[in-house]
Design a protein around this ligand. Sequence first.
Ligand SMILES: *Cc1c(COP(=O)(O)O)cnc(C)c1O
Length: 383
Amino acid sequence: MFDSLIQFVRDFYRTSEFIPLHAPVFRGSERKFVVESIESTFVSSVGAFVERFEQQMVDYTGSPRAIATVNGTAALHVALQLAGVSSGDLVITQPLTFVATCNAIAYCGAEPVFVDVDRETLGLSPAALEAWLEEHAHVDGDGVCRLKDGSRVVRACLPMHTFGHPADLDGLLAICQRWSLALVEDAAESLGSLYKGRHTGTFGLLGILSFNGNKIITTGGGGMILAGEELGARAKHLTTTAKKPHPFEYVHDEIGYNYRLPNINAALGCAQMLQLDAFIDAKRALASRYAEFFSGSDIELIQEPVGCRSNYWLNAVVCEGREQRDALLKATNENGVMSRPIWQLMSHLPSFSHCRRGDLANSEWLEARVVNLPSSVPQEPLA
Ligand SMILES: *Cc1c(COP(=O)(O)O)cnc(C)c1O
């Protein structure tokens, strides 16, 4: 039954060998830039490629500031700290995400609250967010959102743009404003994805990107904080050991982090950025072929939400039920075509199973049905 899918993927990638879920493509100036970094001797915490990479990201996303970090999780840790998240706070997020989202909340000494996603976007549901807040929270006389018993502060809301599909940002922004919540976007998977023409990660107070090896572009490991001028300057300071500028003295005015992206990694990123639009075109072409392939079948490809342009970082299909999902996973993986189920819900992990949660019906429904299919940019440009 899945033979034709396996054949379809093999035809697309024109190979009879193992097909991974996502492999990076280096067919630009990667080697040249990395060699330049080595020859300059600036491979580590300072160097011209870091600034160039940050500028490329400012130009591409339209964010006033972009601060490169050692990975996306570190970017998220500092972004949450700058959004005011501190020990004992609650941060509302979705259970359907990669564990880094929740780990970063925990690094701040805060705790996630799990609110359901929408089935169409796979992102945090504005309706579910509002419902949870109305049932459990209020804004106190000082304009701080707290649990109704006054005990805990609900500081921030952290939606994630799942597989590159933008969440309903207008809806989320309006609710965050009404409830005095800082909106921080986990845009780790959505570099190149637009919501109503504007880049994801630039709607909230802060946003973050990831350049891990499996993301749409990679620096080996790396991340980026997107922010306005003031928070951007704070982010740069905090991620670079909080060192005050001085010609030779070491003066650190607070506890900072060594979260800098090394220059040699940024060199890779500069070369990858020059190919980003081509990567997105290739991914969108693959997605439309998948959509065609599955049309009229009982398996449905998740497509970009209305008014959005998705980067289609990872293609995802919704199966009829868990049985069909398992059969799809087995058939593809046994035949050298990699596929994976969507993450287990964060609310099921031992570290977060005690956390507060709303009704998670959509997340649970999706958890049992969603499978990711091979989504790499082909190593050779499409004919
Ligand atoms: C990749 C990813 C991150 C960050 O991952 P790093 O590997 O630390 O760069 C964060 N959130 C989500 C949803 C991700 O997919």
